[in-house]
Write a protein that binds this ligand. Sequence first.
Ligand code: NDP
Length: 483
Amino acid sequence: MEKILNFINGEFAEPANGQWIDNYEPATGKVYSQIPNSDADDVERAYEAANAAFPIWSNTPYQERSRILSKLADLIGENLDALAAAESKDNGKPVSLASHVDIPRAESNIRFFSTAIMHYASEAHIMEDRVINYTNRKPVGVVGCISPWNLPLYLFTWKIAPALASGCTVVAKPSEITPMTAYLMSKLCNEAGLPAGVLNIVHGHGHQAGDAMVSHPGIKAISFTGGTTTGALIAKKAAPMFKKLSLELGGKNPNIIFADCDFDQMIRTTVRSSFANQGQICLCGSRIFVEASIYDKFKEAFVAKVKRMQIGDPSDQSTKFGAVVSKPHMEKVLSYIELAKEEGGTVLCGGKQHIPEDGNRAEGYYIEPTVIEGLDYQCRVQQEEIFGPVVTITPFESDEHALEMANSVEYGLAATVWTSNLTRAHRVAQQIHSGIVWINCWLVRDLRTPFGGVKNSGVGREGGFEALHFFTEPQNVCIQLKS
Ligand code: NDP
């Protein structure tokens, strides 16, 4: 059985403790590889390699850093098919999604930041009395990057690319549930010419390897994407050590649909924003609020479309809807469907585990895309993050009513608004408590824009120069000129 290895100091290494974790294929529910159950010893080795590489990498001219990272992006592009197949197998997502979204985006994340540093300028503040201040942006040092399982290589590269481009050296941990593409990418790093120790990848459990990274006194910043509860744990541990923290956390995003929207475009996109990646995207709009005058029309058209969605083998190119990531996650999502019934909801379609007829996949983790109505907006199902193929639909009477429900949750990551009235679009967008608002679209991403949430959805912003700011420390140099 294939063994995934840590990548430390440019070399592949087994875990120091000799322990391994089974890695399951969600499509079949079977173990197909093993990953290192790394602990603090592996993290220490990774740190030492990163620390030794830091003076060299941080002093490497930015053009050279850019060239090496561009080469890594090229290699990801050249290996797109293999990486997409691996991502699909590891995560359960349709291979077509991995090859059209995840892997191209991993490539463009690296390319984006490899070129962003070519345009990253310092500020100068000139005072009238012949004093000049300029801002010197220095890489923070050794940083830790911890990423989740839903968009494995996509979110892994979204963190390591700005860190490396800034001149930091990195200890990174992908989710233990989906480690494969980070491992495959580590094989490309040496070919790209990334010096040994600049990027180190340690695989293992969050509570063990991840915790060792967060606790390590030499790791100066943690960039984390994952659940809000984990984010709170990390913040608690890192705060007394005064580490820089970037936390991209959970969401419970509203999708507000006004009667004057382009109905057909809205329906097409709402199916995607509800169920893309089996609803396991932090930006999915899981709470759908529909203006009462079109509620019945919406319900009929939406449910009809969702019922037509076919659950398939993720490795089949024609599959649009695959497996969820793990058995515990499947059970968690199914428990929320049961809770919805207890809370008075009506399941309009889906609502159950799907067991494929194909015997090889009979133990895979499949859930029918599920639409629920009739729930109070303050009930648990409408307040807590489910992170699966489950959406609620709720009518609203006025802008104020929609906003009250939209803003009622503890999260504030993203929102979607559908309306043809530009004034209303702006007004509602201004009043939604979220870091990102899409109007008449969803998941349209410009990598230059600030990305992140408010409230319990996170602290700080990724994207564009925001990410380069995070991985650098500004130093003000003040010069008094002779008169
Ligand atoms: P988790 O919080 O469980 O895990 C995220 C990462 O943190 C994993 O690598 C995990 O390792 C690690 N980890 C877990 N515990 C610790 C710890 N104590 N110390 C350090 N690291 C730890 O999230 P999931 O992987 O379940 O991802 C789903 C969540 O991510 C959802 O809440 C979703 O909304 C959020 N998310 C947010 C995004 C955003 O941009 N705001 C984007 C995508 C997802 P391991 O897997 O081994 O436990």
